[in-house]
Design a protein around this ligand. Sequence first.
Ligand code: 5GP
Length: 205
Amino acid sequence: MSGVGALLVISGPSGAGKSSLIRELLKQIPNAAFSISTTTRQKREDEVDGVNYYFTDKESFQKEIDEGAFLEWANVHGNFYGTSLRQIEKLLNDGKLVILDIDVQGYMLLREKLSRYITSVFLTTKSREDLKTRLLLRQSDSQEVIEKRLKNAATEMAYIKEYRYLVINDDFKTALAQMLNIARAALNKRALTDTDKFTKTWVES
Ligand code: 5GP
């Protein structure tokens, strides 16, 4: 991939506030675009197909895996989620700051392939109790799903060290300000530039 864009990977337990923060980032950063994942999960009431996700069934998802359509994919809480290779290629070539809401497994896979483009953030709550309260308040998941998400959260927390930045979403405004700082810096990542070429031209100019 030879684009000039950058990737902002945001991971963290479900319910930590990723979606709300991402919505704000997309509003406030003109050059930002969201990587719309494909999933086999049931659509929630407030979600729109083609905006939040591309909702699909297991069979079609498997077909896309076989066709090599995904840059990465993972099974999270029993559902499949995948990032479209073609979409990322296009957005990077368009020079976008691409925001990805993916889990820790997806991030590890993506980092193998596109590390120079990636700025990574782990977003979480200040405690497990706080996460539980948020999941209950959201009222979009059953008790069983909430339990699954809480259990998975503990596993995900073990990956914090793999991320460049840590944002604790206790106060939304503070977390947003921190995310905006990180997002704005992501496009200036040194590794995005072919510095050998740049330095050569610079010396000769
Ligand atoms: P939710 O069902 O709450 O929308 O998302 C559940 C988890 O799946 C979240 O941790 C989210 O980051 C992750 N996720 C969403 N899209 C993708 C994707 O394309 N790839 C991977 N690996 N994880 C994803």
